[in-house]
Structures are given as structure tokens and as C-alpha cells.
Write a protein that binds this ligand. Structure first.
Ligand code: PGA
Length: 255
């Protein structure tokens, strides 16, 4: 069994409803006609677009829709929050958990991420758990400890069966939206560390089957080299996912 190769587009807080629909209507046929290899493309639009995009991609096995966040609670008096079950019922199959912007601007911790991952799995959503070190931590040479702490803090209490539902995304914070990309070697080093942690914590088979994505200024020019590394199974793409041509070129580079 081979690991699923994935290209995911994180739209963040961009694109109003009509603009989002028209972007997705460009992306789906472009990727369908130009990408010949096995690849799962996941779009992470703002919540309000999920149902429409899920309808647009219905029946196409190479596409899925995801949410950028979910609540740590099942339901109840949490004004403004969205439960994982609601997101699933709107047509999504994936959810990002612990994106660095959630950690940075909303104070999300590893233990909160654990709760979100649990709610997501209970609702039948597959979480993409995002981790990555800050610039200071990379400079200080402590990025390995940071990564392991983020893995321990959110994943150590999962069972191997639960872990098998996850996708991981390594996104060094200093590379997100900055135009600075980790070199393929820097990214590979961390991806290998993540995979060996999964093997130690769970088992080798789970580690071998977990797709690990790289994120942080991925673009059409640097994607091929990154995706060519042995433990990089795809990309989580922000800025370049907002342009159908760029995003399709990134998808084409992932095989
Ligand atoms: P970027 O964002 O590609 O714009 O750096 C990546 C992300 O935040 O997932």
C-alpha cells in the first residue's frame, strides 16, 4: 500500500461566496484534465463555502473539501463555534487542526488540539494536524524538541486506529506567507523525525501509511523538489492555492 499523495489548498479568510465558487469551478476541471497521477486534492475554503464546494465536487473521488477549524466541543452554548458533526453534515471530510494562525491569534494549545482531533474523528472527519517551529526556535536549534512536544501534546493519547485517520502537516512558522521556504533537506529532516515518532509511539505500519504534508510558501517553482523528498507526501498551500493555474502546477508536481 502506498501513502496517499495530497495537495491541499488553505484559502484562509479569503474569497467571498461567489469568488470562492468561481475559483473552485476553475480548479476542479483544470486539475481533472491536467493531473494524470493518483492525487487527492483537498480545498479548505471558509466555512460558508463548504456545502457549495462539496456539491460541486460530489462524486469526484480525487477531490475532497475540508474546514479550517472545528470546535473542541460536541454541541451546546458556544456562540460562533462550529461542531465537527456540523462540518461533516455540510459535506466536508477533512479539518485542519492547530494551524499556526490558530495557535498564534487564538491561543490554541496542543491539549486543545487533542480535543479537536477527538471531536473530528468522532464525527467522521479526518484531521490534518499542523505543527511547526517559530523562527527563534529554528535559530536556537531547538526545533526538534518543539516538534516532538507538539506531537506528544496532541497525539500521545490517541489509539493507533485513531492515529490512522490523521494527516500531518509540517509548517515552519517562519515559512508561512513569508516567501521563505524550508529547503527540501530541512523539510525532509523534520518529516523523517515525525514519521519516526509515529513509529515509536504507535507502530511502523501506521507511520508508513501516514501522509505528511509540507506547508510554508509552497509555489509552482519549489513544489517539485520538496515533493521529491522521501518523507514529503504533498503540500498544504496557502497563497498559491488562490490562483487556479499556480495551484494546478503544484498538483502536477506531486507524483
Ligand atoms: P502559505 O501558507 O503557502 O501562504 O505560506 C501555508 C499555510 O498557512 O498553510
Amino acid at each position: 500500500m502506498k501513502r496517499t499523495r495530497i495537495v491541499a489548498g488553505n484559502w484562509k479568510m479569503n474569497k467571498d461566496y461567489e469568488a470562492g465558487l468561481s475559483l473552485a469551478s476553475e480548479i476542479f476541471p483544470m486539475i481533472e484534465s491536467e493531473v494524470q497521477h493518483d492525487l487527492l486534492t483537498i480545498l479548505f475554503p471558509p466555512f460558508v463555502h463548504i456545502h457549495a464546494l462539496a456539491s460541486l465536487s460530489a462524486g469526484k473521488k480525487a477531490f475532497a473539501i475540508g474546514a479550517q477549524d472545528c470546535s473542541a466541543y460536541v454541541s451546546g452554548a458556544f456562540t460562533g463555534e462550529l461542531a465537527a458533526s456540523m462540518i461533516k453534515s455540510a459535506g466536508a471530510d477533512y479539518v485542519l487542526v492547530g494551524h499556526s494562525e490558530r495557535r498564534q491569534y487564538h491561543g490554541e494549545t496542543d491539549s486543545l488540539c487533542y480535543e479537536k482531533i477527538k471531536r473530528a474523528i468522532e464525527a467522521g472527519l479526518r484531521p490534518i494536524y499542523c505543527i511547526g517551529e517559530l523562527k527563534e526556535q529554528r535559530v536556537a536549534g531547538i526545533f526538534e524538541e518543539v516538534i516532538v512536544a507538539q506531537l506528544e501534546g496532541a497525539l500521545a493519547k490517541l489509539t493507533a486506529t485513531e492515529m490512522a485517520q490523521l494527516v500531518l502537516a509540517y509548517e515552519p512558522v517562519w515559512a508561512i506567507g513569508t516567501g521563505l521556504t524550508a529547503s527540501p533537506e530541512q523539510a525532509q529532516e523534520v518529516h523523517a523525525l515525525i514519521r519516526s515518532w509515529i513509529a515509536k509511539q504507535f507502530d511502523i505500519e501506521t507511520a508508513q501509511m501516514t501522509s505528511i504534508l509540507y506547508g510554508g510558501s509552497v509555489n509552482a517553482a519549489n513544489a517539485k523538489e520538496l515533493f521529491g523528498m522521501p518523507d514529503i507526501d504533498g503540500g498544504l498551500v496557502g497563497g498559491a492555492s488562490l490562483k487556479s493555474r499556480d495551484f494546478t502546477e503544484i498538483a502536477k508536481a506531486n507524483h
